[in-house]
Design a protein around this ligand. Structure first.
Ligand code: SF4
Ligand code: SF4
Length: 249
């Protein structure tokens, strides 16, 4: 028996069970609590590099723009912002990423479009990097490793949009990637899904805007799921894709 086979058998199963503990144990993006801000204090909004926080009657933190730097938590004098031990999960409604104290986020779609049974056992994903920094790609690449083992769910990446059910987009959509992205979407059989993955694809993040790029997919494509994070944790991406399949997350 080859040595690597022997070591593999001796090591046992390395794939993480699902649901994976990371979803509820790793500190996620900051969230507002029900605590009130001191009058006139806007320290968090001033410190935020992506203008993800607005303070008027109530503090709103847009997790679709938050890169998770935690500067806002550090400067807050009143513990209004915390990073709870749960990863921010994908939502169907973009507005559900705009978090306010005491309001729970929405849940992704659990009923696929068209024939609900069609996607329950397998899902094919076409990934398009529309100008990402490659942080998101690093996490997407981890999906195929032995630990996350995406294939066990019947989810596969495909190089051809003709065979894809899902268009998974990363990056803010740079000008050179605008036409290829739309062409990929048009080439997919319908009904299909669009998943905006990472802050850049949601709102432009730190890389969008200006003369060279759009600010994410809003207004470009009909997005079905918004996956927060910079980059999103692999478990959050799996969780989102399972939601599209109508399977237990
Ligand atoms: S953690 Fe998010 S909301 Fe807070 S300062 Fe950083 S980017 Fe802004
Ligand atoms: S969301 Fe963050 S990790 Fe992903 S492409 Fe944008 S800057 Fe990079």
């Amino acid at each position: 028996m080859p040595l690597w086979t022997y070591r593999g058998l001796k090591g046992g199963i390395k794939t993480a069970p699902w649901p994976i503990a990371a979803l509820t144990t790793i500190p996620g993006l900051p969230e507002p609590t029900v605590e009130s801000c001191p009058p006139g204090c806007e320290q968090c909004a001033k410190s935020c590099p992506t203008s993800a926080i607005t303070v008027d009657q109530q503090l709103t933190l847009d997790q679709g723009a938050c890169v998770g730097c935690n500067l806002c938590i550090e400067v807050c004098p009143s513990s209004v912002l915390v990073a709870p031990p749960r990863l921010a999960r994908a939502v169907e409604n973009r507005d559900d990423l705009r978090r306010r104290g005491g309001v729970e986020p929405g849940q992704p779609r659990l009923h696929p479009k068209g024939d609900a049974r069609r996607l329950r056992k397998s899902l094919f994903v076409r990934h398009v990097d529309a100008g990402s920094c490659n942080g998101c790609e690093s996490e997407i690449g981890a999906l195929d490793n032995i630990y996350y083992n995406l294939h066990r769910f019947g989810i596969f990446f495909t190089p051809s949009p003709r065979f894809a059910d899902v268009l998974l987009v990363t990056g803010p959509v740079t000008n050179p990637m605008y036409e290829p992205l739309l062409a990929t979407y048009e080439a997919m059989p319908k009904p299909n899904y669009v998943v905006a993955t990472g802050v850049c694809a949601i709102s432009g993040g730190t890389n969008g805007g200006g003369d060279h790029a759009r600010q994410g997919l809003h207004g470009l494509l009909p997005v079905d799921l918004w996956v927060p994070g910079c980059p999103p944790h692999p478990a959050v991406i799996i969780d989102a894709l399972l939601g599209l399949m109508g399977r237990e997350r």
